[in-house]
Design a protein around this ligand. Structure first.
Ligand code: ZN
Length: 82
């Protein structure tokens, strides 16, 4: 289901741009419906707030799931959203 709203999803969005491959390996992907992917003004491709919110959530999940520190995240992805 779409992570923004409970609807049927169409798109899988992976995080961290040029770190796409790493984000796939780490499971840092979310499912979104078309509306929240790229088919409306609320979509993550156009809505910076939503984009940031999802990245923050993803980083927190990553830290929790892999039991890592923020420094580890920065080492792997060369950025920090928190
Ligand atoms: Zn949606």
């Amino acid at each position: 289901m779409c992570v923004v709203q409970a609807k049927t999803f169409t798109y899988m969005r992976c995080f961290f741009g040029r770190n796409r491959q790493k984000s796939i390996e780490d499971g840092c992907c979310v499912y979104l419906c078309g509306k929240h992917h790229n088919q409306s003004n609320e979509a993550v491709h156009f809505n910076k707030e939503l984009d940031k919110e999802l990245k923050i959530k993803m980083e927190l999940k990553w830290l929790e799931y892999y039991n890592k520190e923020i420094e580890d995240f920065i080492k792997r992805y060369h950025r920090n959203y928190l």
